[in-house]
Design a protein around this ligand. Structure first.
Ligand code: PEP
Length: 252
């Protein structure tokens, strides 16, 4: 069986002035010592903090990620940022398809798919978010929803390209609500995601796939979640904004 790397990513969302960015990263540098680290750590501050964050994480094990990207390289797309620009700013990862972008900015799977393709072609790793709403879970269609998101977002993505994609399973009802999926609930969907990938690609691709869980991950629930066989890391929102909390999750 493949030993998958665990990756903990902090999605700062629209939080982090330059001084807050410096304080948070300096706090994390004190609490997370590289020699004791057996997980990859990714920080995803807002665009305006990327350059500073990239400077501050030099000589640390932390990697840089962005929270969004456009699918074109450049041009008349006011307010957008391209994958090339993110790469130049030091990013290695890009979060795509977060439920907040799906809900507030009407991003659908076809649009997300274009971003995924472009981001991989630029040499960055995608953190592709999928997950059901509370209503969908209560209707018993979680698997259906997740499968449709995966299939739509991964259109024309080859097995080779898939090696540069991490899936983040984020049940919408657990994001920022303090309600966490139980380790069993999360693991069950992760196992299903692996089955979908196995069916669409191969058993080896499914076995390699890193699947993070996201939704109110905190230091006190991280260890249990991260010990589940199909959970390979976490995408952390609120708790990534406090050095103590994020370090507590990274070191759980
Ligand atoms: C997120 O927004 O990706 C997230 C998981 O948020 P939180 O940890 O605050 O639930």
């Amino acid at each position: 069986m493949t030993q998958r790397k665990q990756i903990i990513a902090g999605n700062w969302k629209m939080n982090g002035t330059l001084s807050e960015t410096a304080n948070l990263i300096n706090g994390l540098k004190q609490k997370i010592i590289s020699s004791s680290l057996n997980r990859e750590v990714v920080l995803c501050p807002p665009f305006t903090s990327l350059i500073l964050a990239n400077e501050l994480i030099k000589d640390t094990p932390f990697k840089l990620g962005a929270q969004n990207v456009h699918f074109e390289a450049k041009g008349a797309y006011t307010g957008e940022v391209s994958a090339e620009m993110l790469k130049e700013a030091g990013c290695k990862y890009v979060i795509i398809g977060h439920s907040e972008r799906r809900a507030y900015f009407q991003e659908d799977d076809a649009f997300i798919n274009k971003k995924v393709k472009k981001t991989i072609a630029t040499g960055l790793t995608v953190i592709l978010c999928v997950g059901e709403t509370l209503e969908e879970r209560e209707k018993g269609i979680t698997n259906q929803v997740v499968k449709a998101q995966l299939t739509g977002s991964l259109q024309n993505v080859s097995e080779k390209e898939l090696e540069n994609i991490i899936i983040a399973y984020e049940p919408v009802w657990a994001i920022g609500t303090g309600k966490t999926a139980t380790p069993e609930q999360a693991n069950e969907v992760h196992e299903y995601i692996r089955a979908v990938i196995s069916g669409g690609y191969s058993a080896a691709a499914a076995e390699r796939l890193i699947i993070q869980y996201g939704g109110s991950v905190k230091p006190d629930n991280a260890k249990e979640l991260l010990s589940m066989p199909h959970i390979d890391g976490a995408l952390v929102g609120g708790a990534s904004l406090k050095a103590d909390d994020f370090a507590g999750i990274v070191l759980a």
